[in-house]
Design a binder for this molecule. Structure first.
Ligand code: PRP
Length: 175
């Protein structure tokens, strides 16, 4: 078997409920505009919003960052943009993983320029071993070691996103 279970479905769901409770407290009395970042964050976004109790609007966007990893400002290529105007809205970006931190650094800058009332970040995973661009994660589900993880939205060559758990992938063992 090329996959070892790293974060079980139960552990993930319990943690998401905890995160949602914190988000519910922080945004009590406010409306929240969620921006899920495709593709990886589709599952985390879907599970997280089920536990939110404030009025929520939801959109997805898709963006890739370009940079050699040594510069602090990369270029952002927006593959799919949101359609709404986020000016004066409370916005929460929902990501699956902060790895080098480049994507979130440039995405955050791009969204800040659109004038939201507030902009926070929820990330399912954070891999500090690979961080090159410091990103403030307001709501983090799990900090993980430097493993090749798949499942729960994360892929290897486009596969395994549908798994309800996070696994450590060993490509050399794949048959
Ligand atoms: C992943 C992830 C983040 C980014 C994090 O996206 O969803 O957006 O990489 O990496 P970074 O911190 O090093 O910038 P990916 O480009 O793999 O696309 P996907 O979500 O479609 O899998």
């Amino acid at each position: 078997m090329a996959i070892d279970i790293y974060l079980s479905e139960e552990k993930i769901q319990n943690r998401i409920q905890e995160l949602a409770e914190k988000i519910n407290k922080d945004y009590a009395g406010k409306e929240l505009h969620i921006i899920g970042v495709l593709n990886g964050a589709f599952m985390f976004t879907a599970d997280l919003v089920r536990h939110l109790n404030m009025p929520v609007t939801l959109e997805f966007m898709s963006a890739s960052s370009y940079g050699d990893g040594t510069v602090s400002s990369g270029e952002l290529k927006i593959n799919l943009d949101i359609k709404s105007d986020i000016r004066d809205k409370h916005v929460l970006i929902v990501e699956d993983i902060v790895d080098t931190g480049l994507t979130l650094t440039v995405l955050r800058k791009n969204l800040m320029e659109r004038g939201p009332a507030s902009l926070k970040l929820a990330s399912f995973l954070f891999k500090p071993a690979r961080l090159e661009h410091k990103v403030e994660i307001d709501y983090l589900a799990f900090e993980i070691e430097d493993h090749f993880v798949i499942g729960y939205g994360l892929d290897y060559a486009g596969r395994y996103r549908e798994l309800p758990y996070v696994g450590i992938f060993h490509p050399e063992k794949e048959s």
